[in-house]
Design a protein around this ligand. Structure first.
Ligand SMILES: Cc1cc2nc3c(=O)[nH]c(=O)nc-3n(C[C@H](O)[C@H](O)[C@H](O)COP(=O)(O)O)c2cc1C
Length: 396
């Protein structure tokens, strides 16, 4: 709004704030405390919207994402790894692309039992992860490589992209990840961590499975940001051949993992666990959490879908450590299925890449909000009151 010229968009924003505030005043006049509280919440939400939080429509975000990323990402109506099969670098799954598709197929093997005779009217989607209270059990996945993977050289910078992911997660009431690129020198990583520090306590960082000394050096930097935990994507070890001269990525022995866990008070999450044996081993060496993940099918072809391996893993470590899962999660119903299979929370990769590229923080928040709305519907129609207590029995 400048020089007295009110745009239609500004008018709608202002009207929403004023309208909600009037409702609050009216409700107080009627002495209806609860209605007043709800109206106040609406006013707050409208104010947040006017300030730029959550005004974008998902369809618009996807349109812009397609314009910016095509042909690296075609932004298909169903992000299922078919069109982009074998495109790594790119957005696809490695080689035959089977591991990416397996993620969606494993989830599709489960359906939900619809139950409507119950009193679940307002399902609770909130969770607490390592002391951080989140509005939903959905965090951002770990994604990076705006030029290498997304073909965005010159259009969107790596830090701008990370700001979109993390800022959008914070807008939606959850947590976002900053990525560590294999070829990134320490100075680049330090810049990325400034975004994590900016959202103190609401952002986390990942480290590649570098040399022990390099990992511990990066852990010290993460500790200073206020991040509630950190993760190492141990499954990136197969990319050793691609590491730049002077940079190492390597598989880790149990002794090395123990050394990492003992080097810090921050909870250590191991990303890329696909068997019950390695989940138990991660627990024994002192990891506080795991991400059941095949890296979106990008590191080893022919790995099973994560929904297939999750139940056996949860049977061994549920309640002892935090279980995250990712891979092929596109809708709120997918989130609910993963929780029923034993996850405490999920990570969403490619859909939020589209969000950040297509709409920055608001784009990411719009996609997360849509998934949360779908989750609420799925919980209501399966009789699930609380995301912290999801029964496997809701699966058909
Ligand atoms: C473009 C792109 C970049 C990624 N970069 C990383 C990374 O740097 N570190 C990591 O642990 N995982 C990385 N991943 C894998 C994701 O963290 C996640 O495991 C996967 O995308 C989840 O599957 P989904 O995309 O089907 O949700 C990347 C995935 C994509 C698509």
């Amino acid at each position: 709004m400048e020089g007295g010229n009110v745009t239609r968009r500004d008018f709608i924003k202002t009207a929403a704030v004023v309208g909600a505030s009037v409702l609050a005043v009216q409700a107080v006049g009627r002495g209806e405390a609860r209605a007043a509280e709800e109206a106040k919440t609406a006013a707050k939400a409208a104010t947040a919207t006017a300030a730029g939080g959550g005004t974008k429509k998902v369809a618009d975000v996807l349109k812009v994402a397609r314009e910016k990323m095509y042909p690296r990402c075609r932004v298909c109506p169903e992000c299922d790894g078919v069109a982009c099969s074998g495109e790594v670098p790119g957005m696809g799954g490695l080689d035959s692309g089977r591991a990416f598709r397996n993620n969606l197929q494993a989830l599709a093997k489960y359906d939900l039992k619809m139950r409507t005779f119950h009193d679940v009217k307002k399902p609770d989607t909130s969770v607490t992860i390592f002391g951080a209270k989140l509005s939903m059990p959905i965090l951002s996945g770990i994604t990076g490589g705006v030029t290498y993977n997304m073909g965005l050289g010159g259009k969107v910078g790596e830090d701008e992209y990370a700001e979109g992911i993390i800022g959008g997660c914070v807008l939606a009431g959850t947590i976002g990840f900053a990525a560590d690129g294999i070829g990134d020198p320490l100075a680049t990583y330090e810049t990325r961590l400034k975004t994590v520090a900016k959202y103190k306590g609401r952002a986390v960082a990942q480290i590649k499975p570098r040399s022990q000394a390099d990992i511990i050096q990066r852990i010290r930097l993460i500790e200073a940001t206020g991040a509630p935990f950190f993760a190492i994507d141990i499954d990136s070890a197969g990319r050793a051949a691609r590491a730049l001269p002077g940079q190492t990525v390597e598989p880790k022995t149990l002794e090395q993992l123990r050394e990492i866990a003992r080097s810090t008070k921050l909870p250590f999450v191991v990303k890329g666990v696909m068997t019950p044996e390695e989940a138990v081993a991660a627990y024994k060496v002192g990891a506080a959490g795991i991400v059941v993940s095949n890296h979106g099918g990008r590191v080893l072809d022919h790995t099973p879908g994560t929904a297939q391996v999750l139940p056996a893993i949860a049977d061994k470590v549920k309640g002892k450590m935090t279980i995250f899962v990712d891979g092929g999660i596109r809708y709120g119903a997918d989130v609910l299925k993963m929780l029923a299979l034993g996850a405490d929370a999920v990570l969403v990769g490619r859909p939020l890449v589209r969000g950040s590229v297509g709409g920055g923080a608001e784009g990411v928040a719009a996609i997360l909000k849509k998934m949360q709305d779908e989750l609420v519907v799925a919980m209501t129609l399966t009789g699930t009151a609380d995301v912290k207590k999801v029964s496997r029995d809701i699966l058909a």
